[in-house]
Design a protein around this ligand. Structure first.
Ligand code: B12
Ligand code: SF4
Length: 468
């Protein structure tokens, strides 16, 4: 059987918002995960529109398309194209799970939720010529799943070919998050077996890893054993964690010891009311600055996530947030305009209150205002969001933030990482065009090498001041 797997681009390549480097970071891991269930006789072609021009002239028997909200229209067009040619088309992913009726109009079968159990079930039905219209994920486990087909990934086209997920979901329930909608009807947080995760890590070439898990520290026992097992593996890695998990216990020290060098943290908002109304309990009454100091003392860089436009935000929120980020030496910031994704409690609440102003899914990219605001006008919110990006990534603020660190090495790391990420776009474009993206990995690895650590009230395990 000829199988085609497609990840349509999240943004039009012609759009001014297209940043080749942002979209050349990670390979399509979800599709490579599903490819593992195909038979060795199947001919598989995995294409990622972020890094290659799609070949739509082929004649596959089965087509799998991954649908996110901002690639939905593109995904549907590709699906319609292949159905016209007589291929059997199946759609899955976050947006299909959120809006199954919309997706079903463009598919022979649709998949709701994670597909590690439903996709092999479908394959059996398909081979027996009795495929169903809808496949819902019922059993949720990562135990005894086949190895991801990483051989299908064109590694040299990505800056971070070694992305990995060892857990699924998250133990928390923030109102604006995709998580509860996507995992509805079953477990919403589960992990691999530690030994399987370590074996997967061990099989990855090079040094650098990026954990795409929503919350790598979410299961303390699992994370602790994983980090212990990773010691001595000579890895540097990046991942995501909550403020609570950074402040509580010594898990973050274990992570640092295992090679954690940069962490994505959902600070989201400084307002108690905003946190409460978003059900972001894990941030409530937590000292953000203390979490930052703890991470810096361990030599871990920070990618802070901040949301603008929650109901209790005022006009000063943009400046307040940028100033805090610079003063606290946050390495990179991801700012979002609040986006009510279909399926979330936030969307349902806003819909009930008739606050949704656009259902053009292309605009649901956290850069546009798609709902009726309260304290801020739409113009203030969009301008404030753009201002925050420009201001945070101005050279003067990059220098100022970098120079907040104690050691020269940490200052320089910050400067190179932030400057490299945001200030050399034409150079990145050139490197991508000339096919040399994978040659940049050693540079990233060296920027992520260890820095000196100072003792803080938290640090029970103090690393020796070795500069690698
Ligand atoms: C990697 C990633 C990206 C990559 C996407 C490209 C890529 N290579 O995947 C990049 C960096 C480009 C990206 C960008 C953005 N992202 Co992103 N990203 C992720 C991340 C961290 C991991 C995705 C992943 O690999 N998951 C692991 C694999 C195994 O799971 P999966 O892909 O979901 O696949 C499974 C199922 O969905 C299903 N499945 C998927 N496709 C199909 C197809 C078929 C046919 C079938 C049967 C099944 C199936 O089977 C798979 C196995 O179970 C997720 C968080 C997460 N944990 O998923 C956020 C996430 C998807 N991103 C998110 C957001 C908000 C963004 C941005 C808007 C951020 C920003 N402000 O810039 C942008 C998008 C910009 C735009 N223009 O739209 C949100 C989406 C919210 C939503 N409701 O849509 C998420 C969920 C993060 C979060 N916690 O909020 N992102
Ligand atoms: S902590 Fe992050 S991943 Fe978990 S529910 Fe909240 S926003 Fe979603």
């Amino acid at each position: 059987m000829k199988v085609k797997m497609i990840l349509p681009a999240l943004t039009e390549a012609e759009s001014p918002l297209w940043r080749p480097i942002k979209y050349s970071l990670f390979p399509p891991l979800g599709l490579a995960t599903l490819a593992a269930y195909l038979s060795p006789d199947d001919e598989v072609d995995l294409q990622d529109q972020h890094v290659e021009v799609l070949n739509l002239d082929d004649e596959p028997d089965l087509v799998l398309i991954q649908v996110y909200i901002t690639n939905a229209y593109r995904a549907y067009r590709i699906a319609d194209h292949y159905r016209e040619k007589g291929a059997y088309v199946i759609l899955g992913g976050l947006h299909v799970t959120a809006l199954p009726d919309e997706a079903a109009a463009h598919a022979d079968s649709i998949f709701l939720g994670p597909a590690e159990e439903s996709f092999p079930r479908f394959l059996q039905d398909f081979r027996n010529k009795v495929p169903q219209k809808i496949y819902r994920s019922t059993i949720r486990t990562l135990h005894n799943i086949p190895k991801i087909r990483r051989d299908l990934i064109k590694r040299n086209r990505y800056l971070v070919p070694n992305s990995i997920v060892v857990t699924r979901g998250c133990p928390h329930h923030c109102d604006f998050c995709y998580k509860d909608a996507f995992y509805e009807g079953g477990k919403s947080f589960y992990t691999q077996l530690v030994d399987d995760a370590l074996a997967e890590i061990d099989a990855l070439p090079g040094k650098h890893l990026y954990f795409l898990d929503d919350h790598l520290l979410g299961n303390k026992k699992f994370a602790s054993e994983l980090f212990e097992g990773m010691q001595g593996m000579n890895r540097v890695f990046q991942g995501a964690a909550t403020i609570a998990s950074i402040l509580d216990g010594d898990l973050i020290e274990k992570a640092a010891k295992a090679g954690l060098r940069s962490v994505f943290v959902g600070f989201e908002t400084f307002s108690h009311e905003n946190l409460k109304m978003s059900n972001k309990k894990q941030n409530l009454a937590r000292d953000y600055t203390e979490a930052v100091e703890r991470l810096h003392s361990l030599g871990i860089m920070i990618n802070g996530s901040f949301v603008f436009g929650l109901d209790h935000d005022d006009k000063d929120v943009f400046k307040r947030t940028v100033d805090w980020g610079v003063q606290n030496a946050i390495t990179t910031s991801t700012f979002h305009i609040l986006t009510p994704y279909p399926g979330t409690r936030l969307f349902n609440d806003m819909e009930q209150a008739r606050r949704i102003t656009s259902r053009n899914w292309d605009l649901y990219d956290t850069r546009h205002v798609v709902y009726r605001t309260t304290n801020l006008t739409i113009k203030e919110l969009e301008e404030g969001y753009n201002w925050a990006y420009d201001e945070f990534y101005s050279w003067s603020n990059i220098f100022e933030a970098s120079w907040q660190h104690d050691s020269l090495k940490h200052k320089l790391k910050h400067l190179f990482y932030t400057g490299g990420w945001k200030k050399f776009e034409p150079l990145w474009n050139f490197i991508i065009k000339t096919g040399g993206l994978n040659t940049m990995l050693p540079l990233l690895e060296s920027i992520l090498s260890k820095v000196n650590q100072k003792e803080t009230k938290h640090s029970e395990i103090i690393q020796p001041s070795i500069i690698q």
